[in-house]
Design a protein around this ligand. Structure first.
Ligand code: DC
Length: 217
């Protein structure tokens, strides 16, 4: 039987395109739950590395995930991830996670687990989900799809301003070229170039599109 989902607004795009700030602000404005799917991939990567599993060892990763307890709970209307009862918190942004998350997230077994968690959330809440494949693969039936982009220069500046040492160009290439669920623009997505827009301007544009589509909040 087909799963029944609440309303889902998908916000996809490459690293530092503005997804997190926009998705969080939009969720507050609309009263939806905010979910950062990248955080789930990051938490899995962090745990794999903590267990001293090499990020290319597909089978060991699959074995480890079979017994891992991955829980998504809600705090202040935002999804938080616990893995084996630990909230990795700021460690999700560690250099070792930045360097390996694109590799770990290419494995189908990892993608299936994350998609299942997102589907479970959508069975009980209206969601704003940010990620790479949310509109194209995880929730292909939602009519509310947005793809945020910004020039590579602007994205690099934004990441540097956040103090991160995240090699976003390398990650983008890996995310866009992987065989399973690559970063693509869903054919019915509304595309927004955020290079010269403020967060509020992007949110306003999205709200305008949603209102025209008849979304009631
Ligand atoms: O959004 P982020 O930069 O924190 O995501 C970290 C990584 O997680 C990203 O490089 C690829 C992976 N990811 C993914 O493959 N699919 C998603 N829907 C979200 C993130």
């Amino acid at each position: 039987m087909r799963e029944q989902f609440h309303r889902v607004i998908a916000i996809d795009g490459p690293a530092a395109s503005g997804k997190s700030s926009v998705a969080r602000g939009l969720a507050r404005r609309l009263g939806f739950v905010y979910v950062n799917s990248g955080a789930i991939y990051r938490a899995i990567t962090w745990r794999i590395l903590q267990k001293k599993i090499h990020p290319e060892e597909n089978e060991r990763i699959a074995d480890a995930l079979q017994t891992a307890a991955i829980t998504c709970c809600l705090q202040d209307n935002e999804s938080r991830i616990l893995i084996d009862d630990v909230d990795p918190g700021e460690r999700l942004r560690d250099d070792c996670v930045n360097e390996n998350v694109a590799g770990v997230s290419q494995f189908p077994v990892v993608r299936q687990i994350v998609a299942k968690k997102l589907h479970e959330h959508a069975q009980s809440h209206d969601l704003i989900v940010e990620g790479r494949d949310i509109g194209s693969v995880v929730f292909p039936d939602t009519p509310y799809k947005f793809y945020l982009n910004a020039s590579p220069e602007v994205r690099l500046q934004r990441r540097a301003a956040q103090g991160g040492r995240d090699e976003i160009t390398i990650r983008d290439r890996a995310d866009s070229s992987r065989p399973v669920s690559p970063l693509v623009i869903a054919k019915d997505a509304h595309i927004i170039d955020t290079s010269h827009l403020t967060i509020q301007e992007v949110i306003n544009e999205i709200v305008g599109v949603l209102e025209k589509m008849g979304l009631r909040t």
